[in-house]
Design a binder for this molecule. Structure first.
Ligand code: C2E
Ligand code: MG
Ligand code: MG
Length: 746
């Protein structure tokens, strides 16, 4: 309530509770004596003065009117009828015309009936004959005085009533709530001003209308017992929630036109006589607008159970629904499935393109997922890039597999976020009640473990939970923890595998391959930890560590006289997709003193395809600085050559599975043969890896591939051994490397 209103209320209240307004103190009654006879005037004046009246005199009609035109108006005019200047009757008329609040008592020698009648009809209240009897005159005046007093009191009472009415009206109209009265038919007979502010109905238009015009249709039945309540006392309605219709536009408090209110109402009855109940007069009710409060409560509830980015149910709501579904499945001996879904490449998008893009991508993913589920299913976001799907009423495993397949298909199409075309796969773990667990906890955990299993096997697919995964999962977790401490304790180092040029007969380069000196398990091969490192994001640290050490070693050897020696580095997709990949690598080269021409990045086809738009410009920048780029495991990936033209590749590395397939001398139809000829056509260098025997070596040489990497010359060896090998001829080198391998594996 504003302060101006407060002030109004206070003054009203004060005026009501204080003495009655305008009530004059019981003052003396004033009388104006109008007569042309001076003697009479004066004797009257002294008589009246002596009886407690305040008496004044006027010598004629004109003088009387002149006096009466001034305040204060005398209470009584004692009037002679026959006066030379103006007749008394005319004076009476003039007084009435002026609507003066005075009582006229005629005192006259003229006593004809007609005259008296005229005086009374014109407005005189009483008539006295001249000569007057003092007692009669006094009693007449006393009567008039009494009438005056009664009238005054009535006026005061009326004024009080009006004030009281105004005060109550004010209180009702300024009440924060709607106050109404209904007649016995349920039509508004009263409603306060709040009607306009809350319902958008001016009060006048509501009066006489049935209450149902303001009630939402779905609540009409309830309203019947509340709005026009007939009960009284404890049985009457209190704070019953109801939805009303507002005519206000959406920008006001009652947006969408729906008002939530609490109604308190009671029936009104006439006072009954004896035992009889009084007649039902209608309903008195109060309506409180609780829309805002309800909306706030709903908001809080919504936030507690939903993910605000995607508006999907959150983990808490998912658990509730799963709990319910499990109870039902148990009762019906049914099945249900929980699908744990983790996006494969989300972290990458988030890290390289920022959270805004990441958030938009998540929303789009959520939209596509929504389209894959049925009405009874629950799709929820667990946080980050994890989603969980509950399929109640499962008929068979095939149903769940079908849904998983559909989800994977939907997600495989590219996402357009701003100017970026993004690809995300998903790994889905599925647990089925009751096989994979009977509790909410167990089901969620099993699906999570199954999800990890699919990640470990190269991602983008689905997998049902199997009990033996528990063990695998805990091994994986252990490995991750150990790798973290390996990074801290510096247990990783690069091994180097020589690359031989058959024509020059010497080592022209080395490939750095990560090795982990595990304190208990000894030497750990990369395939055991590189995929896990990729998955957990640890790969970035692993690569940085290996690359730093390898660059430092090769830079030193180049300074020691092997100036043309090149270093091949395996680059993971994750590393390339990092925002600071190019700058980081160039800084590393500068730091370790290795010239960019001394480095060849080995990139797999699948790594390039993963994020072509993002990676190609980066590789161009590096190539412009002199860094060489080779395709690793060539032939195993997409076998699409179009990408080779998009950035400066200079070497193809034939994958060892193809080398392994070489069996017969002079076989022109082998894949190796095709790759070599193609590389030559494109003007690219070619190197074969995984060369293990003389047959393979001879074949490659025959086909014109002179760069060889493989066990036939040397397994990957440590830094010291390689340093020695560099100074030796090929045969000597093979012996030294062989000795190292024997001792290393021992
Ligand atoms: P890759 O880049 O294709 O490396 C060649 C792999 O073939 C190496 O396995 C090497 O030891 C093996 N190899 C070489 N010659 C022969 C041979 O004649 N016969 C056979 N059977 N194998 C041969 P390794 O060291 O186990 O590395 C496996 C993979 O792990 C690498 O494949 C590479 O993709 C990845 N990797 C190794 N080190 C790193 C690293 O520091 N960073 C990243 N991102 N990946 C790495
Ligand atoms: Mg490699
Ligand atoms: Mg390879």
């Amino acid at each position: 309530m504003n302060s101006a209103r407060d002030a109004g209320l206070v003054s009203l209240a004060e005026s009501l509770s204080g003495p009655a307004a305008d009530e004059p103190p019981a003052a003396e009654v004033s009388v104006l004596i109008v007569d042309d006879q001076q003697g009479l005037r004066e004797s009257l004046r002294s008589l009246l003065n002596s009886r407690g009246y305040g008496a004044e005199v006027a010598a004629g009609g004109c003088a009387a009117l002149t006096r009466l035109d001034q305040a204060p108006t005398p209470d009584i005019v004692l009037l002679d009828l026959v006066m030379p200047d103006m007749s008394g009757l005319d004076v009476i008329s003039a007084i009435c015309e002026r609507k003066l609040e005075t009582r006229i008592v005629v005192l006259s020698g003229e006593t004809s009936f007609d005259y008296v009648k005229q005086a009374l009809t014109r407005g005189a209240v009483d008539f006295l004959r001249k000569p007057y009897e003092p007692e009669e005159l006094c009693s007449t005046l006393a009567r008039v005085r009494q009438a005056l007093e009664l009238e005054r009191r009535a006026r005061v009472a009326e004024k009080r009533l009006a004030q009281s009415e105004r005060l109550h009206r004010f209180m009702v109209d300024h009440a924060p709530d709607l106050v109404y009265l209904l007649d016995p038919n349920g039509c508004f007979s009263f409603i306060n001003d709040r009607a306009a502010a809350v319902l958008g109905w001016p009060r006048e238009t509501l009066l006489g209308r049935h209450y149902s015009v303001v009630v939402q249709e779905q609540d009409l039945e309830l309203a019947r017992f509340v709005m026009n309540e007939r009960r009284t006392g404890d049985r009457a309605s209190r704070d019953v929630e109801l939805r009303l219709r507002s005519r206000l536009s959406a920008k006001s408090a009652a947006a969408q036109g729906e008002l939530v209110v609490e109604v308190t109402a009671t029936g009104i009855y006439s006072p009954g006589r004896d035992d009889q109940e009084g007649a039902f007069l209608g309903t008195y009710g109060i309506i409180r607008d609780v829309t805002e409060r309800k909306r706030a409560q709903e908001m809080v509830r919504y936030q507690a159970y939903h993910d605000l980015l995607t508006h999907l149910p959150n983990r808490a709501l998912f658990r509730d629904r799963l709990e319910l579904a499990v109870t039902q499945a148990r009762r019906n001996r049914g099945r249900l499935a929980v699908m744990f879904l983790d996006l494969d490449r989300f972290k990458l998008v988030n890290d390289s393109l920022g959270h805004t893009v990441g958030d938009r991508l998540l929303k789009q993913v959520a939209d596509r997922l929504r389209n894959c589920v049925r009405a009874g299913d629950t799709l929820s976001r667990f946080g980050g890039d994890e989603f969980c799907l509950l399929l109640p009423d499962l008929r068979s495993h095939d149903d769940a597999a079908g849904v998983a397949q559909k989800v994977l298909e939907r997600l495989s199409a590219p996402f357009q976020v701003d100017e970026h075309e993004l690809f995300v796969g998903a790994s889905i773990g599925i647990s089925v009640f009751p096989d994979a667990g009977e509790s909410v906890e167990a089901l969620i955990q099993s699906s999570d473990i199954a999800m990890y299993a699919i990640k470990g096997r190269g991602k983008n697919g689905y997998q049902f939970f199997a009990p033996e995964m528990n063990a695998q999962f805990s091994t994986l977790l252990l490995l991750e923890r150990e790798l973290r401490s390996a990074l801290v304790n510096d247990e990783l180092e690069p091994y180097f595998q020589p690359q031989i040029d058959l024509e020059a007969g010497c080592i022209i380069g080395v490939e750095a391959l990560a090795r982990w000196h595990h304190p208990e398990r000894g030497l750990v091969e990369p395939l055991e930890f590189i995929p896990m490192a990729e998955e957990t994001g640890l790969i970035a640290q692993v690569d940085r560590c290996i690359q730093r050490k390898a660059c430092a070693a090769v830079a030193a050897w180049r300074r020691e006289g092997h100036a043309d020696l090149t270093l091949s580095l395996n680059i993971s997709a994750t590393q390339m997709e990092q925002a600071d990949f190019v700058d980081g690598l160039l800084a590393l080269l500068a730091e370790t003193g290795l010239a960019p021409e001394g480095v060849r990045l080995e990139i797999t086809e699948s790594a390039i395809m993963r994020e072509m738009e993002l990676i190609v410009p980066k590789l161009r920048r590096l190539a412009a600085r002199g860094v060489r780029i080779g395709i690793d495991d060539f032939g195993t990936g997409y076998s699409s050559l179009s990408y080779l033209q998009r950035f400066p590749v200079d070497t193809l590395k034939i994958d060892r599975t193809f080398v392994n397939d070489i069996r017969v001398d002079g076989d022109d139809a082998s894949i190796v043969n095709a790759i070599i000829h193609m590389a030559r056509g494109l003007g690219l260098d070619i190197i074969a890896e995984g060369v293990e025997n003389e047959l393979q070596l001879r074949y490659l040489r025959q086909q014109g591939c002179h760069q060889i990497q493989g066990f036939i010359f040397s397994r990957p060896v440590d830094r010291e051994t390689l340093r020695r090998c560099l100074t030796l001829g090929v045969d000597e080198m093979r012996r030294v490397a062989h000795e190292f391998s024997l001792s290393d594996s021992a």
